[in-house]
Ligand binder design. Structure first.
Ligand SMILES: [Zn+2]
Length: 232
């Protein structure tokens, strides 16, 4: 298995801009805005997926040597399967996308609105361990507004996927731009990656910040104004 992976890495290197699949994972590079999904990603029902994941996870536990007849471990494969489909990876399924209603901006509020410190839990798509952090979102209304809790729901939807922080940032921004019909959207994510802190380089103090500044946010003044709100 290991040898085959190495061979595959060498032959595909040219297609991956000189990086191997191991490089991509360990350096957390990402390949595009869309989460890479198979064409038949939803051929199986959620129930079928859970059954399959439970049986495969049971095999992983067995291979690493755990005794699945132990009462403490017996239910784990099913619990993991349920958690993957219903919770931590539920954002892969478009049917779980939050329905967003728009309202007229009747207060004529046309300055930036900042929704800060939205806590999220995601998972790194290269190691399947948690990414934990805060998202700060800002937009300037083009005539329509959305309920504040809906910004939260959009963040959570895209976080509940195997992710890369850069893609999460851009997916939230693109969704808000589409819904709010404006380019004037900013998204800032400040997060800790457990694949960096608990394994590999084992750096417990570093955090990763990614930003998206669209439209009117693309000026030093607007960036400074937004940063000022985030400080307090
Ligand atoms: Zn990772």
């Amino acid at each position: 298995m290991k040898i085959e992976t190495l061979k595959e890495n060498t032959t595909k290197k040219s297609r991956l801009n000189g990086f191997s699949h191991d490089d991509i994972g360990d350096d957390h590079l990402y390949t595009g805005l869309q989460t890479p999904m198979k064409a038949d990603a939803f051929k199986l029902t959620d129930t079928e997926k859970k059954e399959r994941i439970a049986s495969l996870f049971e095999e992983i536990m067995d291979v690493i040597g755990l005794d699945l007849t132990d009462d403490s471990l017996k239910g784990t494969p099913n619990r993991v399967a349920k958690m993957y489909i219903d919770e931590i990876f539920s954002g892969l399924n478009p049917k779980n996308k939050p329905k967003i209603a728009l309202f007229d901006n009747k207060y004529q509020y046309n300055q930036m609105l900042v929704e800060k410190n939205i806590t999220f839990y995601s998972n790194c798509e290269h190691h399947f361990v948690p990414i934990i952090g805060k998202v700060h979102v800002s937009y300037i209304s083009s005539g329509k507004v959305i309920g504040l809790s809906k910004i939260n729901r959009i963040v959570q939807y895209f976080a509940k996927r195997p992710q890369v922080q850069e893609r999460l940032t851009n997916q939230i921004a693109e969704e808000l731009k589409t819904i709010l019909k404006t380019e004037d959207v900013a998204v800032i994510i400040d997060a800790k990656h457990l694949c960096v802190s608990s394994r590999g380089i084992k750096d417990d103090t570093s955090a990763t910040v990614t930003t998206y500044y669209g439209g009117k946010f693309n000026t030093p003044n607007k960036v400074a104004e937004l940063q000022n709100y985030l400080k307090n």
